[in-house]
Design a protein around this ligand. Structure first.
Ligand code: AMP
Length: 225
């Protein structure tokens, strides 16, 4: 099952991607997480990306395309993958299609998580992230049990992402509308897109996501995967 999760920052791509991982056992590839890890480790990639990430701007296409192409070669992607936060530009979407076409493994579906701007601003401004497993918690919705530590890593204090302050959130949303939102039409044109309403609690949205991939799941089971 080869999926892309599309949606404005804060629409729930990370959270819903994790549900899909749990259900189907295929990896979630989040370019934002890969880049943040590189920044934390001070690698050349991280040093090159840090300034743009901190400003809420996109990292150059060739950098992220290279990361994803490498990652997709890993054996754990053989049964499928969930791309989260990639592609974000038309050039990235075209590069992905070309790579997958060469491998004879085209994308099955693009899930477009739809959420209103004011709702995502609030979600992002108040969310906390586990630096170990990258799960996010939110006091206004799915809060951590003690509000401070990760439920799965009780020793780990949740952190606020540096790009989750209101000015940078608004910048990231603006960049999304300018660069990434047009991808919905790119995928809608040939029938690969499914809109999924991102409003509501996590369980409700997960049910919609599972519905949107139901026949792909059947096909996967039928193939004995
Ligand atoms: P995210 O965790 O998806 O919100 O991504 C955090 C930041 O990483 C973004 O604001 C960008 O600076 C960078 N980034 C992540 N994915 C991409 C991508 N596909 N293209 C360009 N920049 C990206």
């Amino acid at each position: 099952m080869r999926l892309v999760l599309l949606g404005v920052p804060g629409a729930g791509k990370g959270t819903q991607g994790r549900r899909l991982v749990e259900r189907f056992g295929i990896p979630q590839i989040a370019t934002g997480e890969i880049l943040r890890e590189a920044v934390k480790n001070g690698t050349p990639l991280g040093r090159a990306a840090k300034e743009r990430m901190d400003a809420g701007l996109l990292v150059p296409d060739e950098v992220v395309i290279g990361i994803v192409e490498e990652r997709l070669k890993a054996p754990d992607c053989a049964r499928g993958f969930i791309l989260d936060g990639f592609p974000r530009t038309t050039a990235q979407a075209e590069a992905l299609d070309a790579t997958l076409a060469r491998a004879g493994t085209p994308l099955d579906r693009v899930l477009n998580l739809v959420a209103a701007t004011e709702q995502v601003v609030l979600r992002l401004a108040t969310r906390l992230e586990c630096p170990v497993c990258h799960r996010t918690f939110n006091p206004t919705g799915a809060a951590a049990k003690d509000g401070v530590h990760c439920d799965a890593h009780p020793e780990t204090t949740l952190i606020h992402r540096v790009d989750d302050d209101v000015a940078k959130i608004r910048k990231r949303i603006e960049v999304f509308h300018a660069e990434t939102a047009p991808l919905a039409d790119y995928y809608r044109r040939d029938g690969r897109l499914r809109d999924v309403e991102g409003l509501g609690d996590v369980v409700t949205v997960t049910a919609r996501v599972m519905d949107a991939v139901a026949e792909l799941a059947e096909r996967m089971n039928g193939a004995g995967a």
